[in-house]
Design a protein around this ligand. Structure first.
Ligand code: NAD
Length: 361
């Protein structure tokens, strides 16, 4: 197994690349920060076209995990791993064992979890080679995190709506355009319908599309058009990078609030959205419900404490969008500042204070 490790790499604590010929493993572990604890983050398996794309995904996702855990007050750092390959064709026991060996080499700096392209069963296989795996303690019955994520997003949507509509967070009669009706999107659609919203929804998977239509009354929209529907709230719940230089000018929404990670294609899209007068609820703030709930489950929290922890997501999103409006700064930037305030030391890339940055603007 050949491992290449970079320490203090361009603002990242550690970045490690592995290649293992016998198993076919080609993977990257990115650790953005360990200030608050071990870097916890999922392992994504995807057939990236180029290794540079995989590296960029790992870097951006691990950075988001630092902010997500810090903002939510969890004792975790930010990390993420990616395996380059098609999970349906290339995922073997040998490959997962090699991934376990790779994680073990980092001696607990990174704790792996399932993500898109990997499953809880895969984590059990990885755990045959390393103990640095979340969710393998069989004494704890872990629930699917998606309903908790969806509920956090629902509360975040209400906070965004209150900001855009003079303090009124009612969803009755509001139109929500939902991209992605999978694990999170389906549960989110249910909350929205129950709150009286008109939900337009789109999924490239016909089974997920028809389940949402038939069970929840979601109004179908083609995947090409869903982002650009006239609506009050746009909820991206499929993949990252959907808010870009080309899509933002065509949006017809007052609020953007969804579960997808890395919704902004580039950091500058935060300002682009602000200049359009759209309230953006930052992804790592609004989609933390799953990790927050898992942490509290593992701590043995009562149902009341778990509910309180989830409810705090809405409060945090409200504080972010309000502070962004007051300071005329993009809300992603504000959320990063607020997360950095929970870190013991400044991040290398976040070492400018809010006042300095505002002064420079
Ligand atoms: P999922 O795979 O279950 O659902 C995503 C859905 O989006 C799928 O049904 C897929 O067919 C659909 N889709 C993909 N491309 C699309 C397109 N162009 N147009 C319309 N639909 C499209 O994933 P999920 O668990 O629901 O997660 C959704 C997003 O939220 C992901 O970005 C994920 O990283 C993020 N997220 C999920 C959780 C969680 O608890 N599951 C937590 C935090 C963040």
């Amino acid at each position: 197994m050949s491992i290449l490790t970079f320490n203090n790499f361009n603002g990242y604590d550690q970045v490690a690349l592995v290649r293992n010929e016998p198993s076919g493993l080609c993977a990257i572990i990115a650790i953005h920060s360990k200030q608050l604890g071990p870097a916890v983050g999922g392992c994504r398996m995807f057939p990236y076209g180029a290794e540079a794309d995989a590296l960029q995904d790992a870097l951006r996702l691990s950075r988001g995990m630092t902010f997500k855990s810090a903002l939510a007050g969890l004792p975790f750092g930010g990390g993420k791993s990616v395996i380059i390959g098609d999970p349906r064709r290339e995922k073997t026991t040998e490959l997962l064992h090699a991934m376990g060996d790779f994680v073990e080499q980092l001696r607990g700096s990174y704790i792996i979890a399932e993500d898109s392209g990997t499953s809880p069963d895969d984590m059990q296989v990885i755990a045959e080679r390393t103990s640095f795996v979340t969710g393998i303690d069989e004494s704890i019955v872990r629930e699917d995190p998606s309903p908790a994520t969806a509920y956090g997003v629902f509360l975040g949507i209400k906070a965004g709506v209150a900001q855009a509509f003079d303090g009124n967070d009612a969803l009755l009669g509001k139109t929500v355009a939902l991209q992605g009706l999978g694990h999170v999107g389906y549960h989110l659609a249910r909350h929205l319908v129950e709150a009286g919203a008109r939900v337009l929804g789109s999924d490239i998977n016909p089974a997920n599309q028809s389940r949402a239509e038939h069970e929840l009354g979601v109004i179908p929209v083609s995947p090409d058009d869903i982002l650009f529907q006239p609506c009050d709230v746009l909820a991206p719940c499929a993949m990252g990078g959907v808010l870009s230089e080309s899509s933002i000018p065509k949006l017809k929404t007052r609020v953007i609030a969804g579960a997808a990670n890395n919704q902004l294609a580039a950091d500058s899209d935060d300002e682009r959205i602000r200049q359009r007068g759209i309230v953006y609820c930052p992804d790592f703030a609004i989609n933390a419900g799953g990790i927050v709930d898992i942490y509290h489950q593992e701590q043995g929290a009562s149902p009341e404490d778990r509910a309180r922890a989830l409810a705090s997501i809405g409060d945090r999103v409200a504080a972010i969008v309000n502070r962004a409006a007051q300071s005329a700064v993009g809300s992603q930037r504000v959320a990063e500042w607020m997360a950095a305030e929970n870190l013991p030391a400044p991040l290398p890339e976040n070492d400018k204070s809010e006042a300095e940055l505002r002064g420079a603007a």
